[in-house]
Design a protein around this ligand. Structure first.
Ligand SMILES: [Zn+2]
Ligand SMILES: [Zn+2]
Ligand SMILES: [Zn+2]
Ligand SMILES: [Zn+2]
Length: 373
């Protein structure tokens, strides 16, 4: 056995490929809290637990930026070039005692090359599994919990709200949260923002029967962009999507969604990290302060003759009093083949972590939506 690190963490732009010395197997928890959702731009975060960070907490590699929301909160570490949220330190109180924790975003994790050469048939899903879901209550409407949790796994606990409350006993319970929630009627606008509230987006419609198509993707790019294995996007005509900015004097401005992210546009939205993964074609936006993934923009993507932009759906759940799935505004869809790009997760040997289950459960949930009144 070599002493090489068995796993590594990689961001979207791959400037950060960080070796993580650790023992295997590893467990991940899936957190549905508002902080995690608005920090990653995903419906839940997948955090793999570590004994320590693979660098000094106060002096990470210079390719990472630190975000700390307050003196008494944990730290997030995200790539300064592409914005991927990679690591975090945090603590929580349980029965009056402080517990410190460290984690790496599961979507960034892969087996290291030395480990793969020593274990040529090994898959990440053999050594990394989800052991619990937590803070589901923060979603108000159940969020993704009716279909993201593997309810057949006895070892997988589903924490309803916090450590003091009993876990949710069944998938039916999660489904009921989703079915009971009532969204406001007549909404013409939906606003979302990142954890630090530095980036705020708005989507609008002229007719309340018009819903925006929302889909789930498991491709390598989405995973590496958010640190989470499955990601929800909403396809919105560019004319109906906006950035909301605030000037220093506090005046609120509604800015058009740019057609291209050229240098002048980047300067105008200076609080964002704009990363072109395919120059002139594909652009990713993240908050430059907190590292939340905010959007994906493929130039020239159209539907019905209109340019489309793709804000990360989960940001619209930032208002934690309303429920996060916005069924009155979003049309949750699935293709005949299931969620998008599951073949990427298969190729990486990681569908067993969460994606395979979602590919079974999510289409059923979408089917169930059609039967609702
Ligand atoms: Zn990067
Ligand atoms: Zn959380
Ligand atoms: Zn932010
Ligand atoms: Zn994708």
């Amino acid at each position: 056995m070599s002493s090489a690190a068995p796993i590594q963490a990689t961001c979207l732009c791959r400037r950060n490929t960080i070796q993580i010395p650790t023992k295997l197997p590893l467990t991940a928890h899936v957190c549905h809290c508002t902080t995690c959702r608005t920090s990653h731009g995903t419906l839940f975060a997948m955090h793999t637990d570590l004994d320590s960070l693979p660098f000094s907490e106060d002096s990470p590699p210079t390719t990472l930026r630190i975000y700390q929301s307050g003196q008494n909160s944990g730290k997030a570490y995200f790539c300064g070039t592409c914005g991927t949220y990679m690591f975090a330190s945090y603590f929580y109180m349980r029965e009056g005692e402080r517990h410190d924790g460290f984690c790496v975003s599961t979507g960034c994790v892969s087996l290291s090359d030395p480990y793969k050469s020593e274990n040529p048939t090994a898959k990440l899903e053999d050594v990394l599994s989800v052991d619990f879901h937590c803070i589901i209550k923060d979603t108000i409407d159940g969020g993704a919990s009716p279909w993201a949790g593997d309810w057949n796994k006895e070892t997988q606990v589903q924490f309803h709200g916090n450590w003091e409350e009993p876990p949710m006993p069944s998938q039916q319970d999660a489904q009921e949260l989703s079915e009971k929630h009532v969204y406001p009627t007549g909404r013409k606008e939906l606003e979302g923002w990142c954890k630090c509230q530095g980036v705020r987006i708005r989507i609008a419609r002229d007719d309340e029967t018009k819903k925006y198509q929302t889909a789930i993707c498991a491709c390598d790019s989405c995973r590496l962009a958010t640190g989470t294995d499955v990601v929800a996007y909403t396809w919105v005509p560019r004319d109906w999507a906006f950035f909301i900015t605030k000037s220093e004097s506090g005046t609120v401005e509604v800015e058009e969604w740019p057609t291209v992210w050229d240098d002048a546009t980047k300067a105008k939205f200076g609080n964002m990290i704009i990363y072109e993964s395919t120059p002139g074609k594909v652009v990713w936006g993240a908050c430059g302060t907190c590292g939340a993934r905010v959007f994906y923009h493929r130039y020239g993507k159209q539907k019905d003759g209109q340019d489309l932009v793709e804000p990360l759906t989960a940001l619209f759940g930032a208002n934690d009093t309303q429920g996060i799935m916005q069924l009155d505004f979003l049309d949750w869809t699935v293709s005949d083949d299931g969620i998008y790009w599951i073949e990427d997760a298969e190729k990486e040997g990681r569908t067993g972590i969460i994606t395979k289950n979602i590919n079974v459960m999510y289409p059923k949930w979408v089917e169930g939506l059609k039967n609702r009144a």
